[in-house]
Design a protein around this ligand. Structure first.
Ligand code: AMP
Length: 391
């Protein structure tokens, strides 16, 4: 399934290896608030160290807008990583240029160096060849383990592969295998569940899934745009007016494959303390808005999920950040955990919901990359993956 070379196919002994990891972790008060992505990078880092390599790690963090901004420094991540590895981790206050070059030159086999945020240079997102060449000059080989950034052709994910032999890391391989398999050869019925705020993000995904999936269950704010396209007044619900026509086309193409909620939770304010009602889907009264799927929908979706061979879920069923509107999301999470299906959770909010409900152990694979997994579901090639050496 994974057609690219990985770190298992190459000799890393004594070599300096530049590894693009996804250390785009949430920080709180200058410290790592969730280490999922750091944990996920450890197998590759440890395998390289065990193989006698010197490991140079690079990543972006947040959106620093192409300038050095201390709020987005990877220094706290380097400190955290040192604790996890139980060894010293060097840090270079720039990812290219003299500071990075000196730090890389000083690194010995078995050593680990973290480079500062690649997005402190505007050239990163422009996939600037000069930046890519500078990054590449730090090492003798490149490993891409940043599945979460593989859908971006940036200097540190794609450009750099033009200057160094480039292979995949173990996380990259694992992510591609699970999702790739689910899409290419799903155990059927193949059920996908899509939620979240916006339909425009997921039009391409729905289009592609209508060809490969058996059922697409819709929830979250994106359902509202479908409702409006069907002619329901949705009052103060979140709607993407610009996507109404596409929503109609998808409904026509989807037929019974594409399922919408049959009942909804509405509220008279976007507030956890708002007055709420459960109603069968019907015109929404002025002053009210849809903020979650209803119990009948949960029951129906649960039944479909319980019979599934494969389930892929991306996006919450309601405004799950507010406990009053979190039920649909958590009950769908429970239904997935209870099923015998191969279950794959796209990153982001759905992954957070699964973890928060303590169900992570019951899931086949929780992806570290929301955007990247959506692009795979859309049938797109990931540039960071395509650029790696073929097997
Ligand atoms: P996305 O980033 O597109 O996956 O959307 C996630 C966001 O969608 C979460 O912050 C939810 O609060 C929000 N969301 C889910 N359902 C609704 C809804 N019915 N109305 C407004 N926002 C929603």
């Amino acid at each position: 399934m994974f057609s690219k070379q990985t770190i298992r196919d190459v000799d890393v002994k004594g070599k300096k290896i530049l590894v693009r990891v996804d250390f785009n972790v949430p920080l709180k008060d200058g410290a790592v608030a969730d280490d999922t992505r750091i944990q996920a990078a450890l197998p590759t880092i440890n395998a390289l160290l065990d193989g006698g390599a010197a490991v140079i790690l690079c990543s972006h963090l947040g959106r620093p807008k192409g300038v050095a901004d201390p709020a987005f420094s990877l220094k706290p991540v380097a400190v955290y990583l040192a604790g996890m590895l139980g060894k010293e981790v060097a840090f270079a206050e720039d990812c290219i240029g003299p500071v990075a070059e000196a730090a890389a030159a000083a690194l010995q086999p078995g050593g680990v160096l973290v480079l500062e945020n690649t997005r402190f240079h505007k050239e990163e997102k422009k996939n600037d060849p000069a930046m890519a060449e500078q990054l590449a000059s730090l090492a003798e080989m490149y490993v891409n383990d940043a599945f979460g950034s593989a859908h971006r052709a940036h200097a540190s994910t794609e450009g750099v592969t033009h200057f160094l032999p480039a292979v995949g890391g173990l996380l990259m391989e694992k992510e591609i295998q699970y999702l790739g398999q689910a899409i290419a050869e799903p155990r059927r019925p193949f059920v996908t569940i899509l939620g979240g705020a916006k339909i425009s993000d997921k039009i391409g995904v729905i289009n592609n899934l209508l060809d490969v999936a058996d059922q697409i269950l819709i929830g979250g704010g994106m359902a509202n745009t479908f409702f409006k396209a069907q002619g329901y007044p949705v009052a103060d619900s979140l709607v993407e007016e610009g996507a109404l026509e596409t929503a109609s086309e998808l409904l026509a193409k989807g037929g019974s494959k594409l399922r919408l909620p049959v009942d909804v939770v509405i509220a008279d304010a976007f507030d956890n303390d708002a007055q709420t009602k459960v109603m069968q889907m019907a015109p929404i009264e002025d002053g009210w808005r849809i903020l979650d799927i209803g119990p009948e929908t949960v029951a129906q979706y649960g039944k479909v999920i319980s019979r599934a061979g494969t389930v892929v879920w991306n996006g919450p069923m309601g405004v799950f950040e507010m406990p009053v509107f979190a039920k649909g999301t958590f009950e769908v999470a429970q239904a997935i955990a209870d099923s015998d299906a191969v279950s794959i959770i796209g990153g982001g909010d759905s992954a957070a919901a699964i973890k928060k409900s303590g169900l992570a152990d019951k899931i086949t694979h929780i992806s570290t990359g929301g955007g990247a997994s959506l692009e795979m579901l859309e049938g797109k090639t990931l540039p960071g993956l395509a650029a790696l050496l073929d097997k």
